[in-house]
Design a protein around this ligand. Structure first.
Ligand SMILES: [Zn+2]
Length: 71
């Protein structure tokens, strides 16, 4: 996928769909982010959204990296 990242606005060739804007006619316009922004902002790829997604870009559910478990 080549185009512009929706976050950093840079032309990229590593874009991932992370959401879509519902459109009245064309069936929606996808929102893309580059791999760097996906990683930096913990964006959830559209392919991993729940089926009932409304297309709003989502943040990946926090996978806590802390190893402290309060023991
Ligand atoms: Zn970007």
């Amino acid at each position: 996928m080549t185009g512009r990242c929706g976050w950093c606005r840079e032309p990229r060739n590593d874009l991932v769909a992370v959401g879509f804007h519902p459109a009245t006619s064309a069936g929606g316009v996808s929102v893309y982010a580059c791999a760097g922004c996906v990683a930096a902002r913990q964006l959830l790829p559209l392919a991993e959204h729940p089926v009932e997604t409304d297309g709003t870009p989502r943040i990946r559910p926090s996978t806590t990296t802390t190893t402290r478990t309060g023991q």
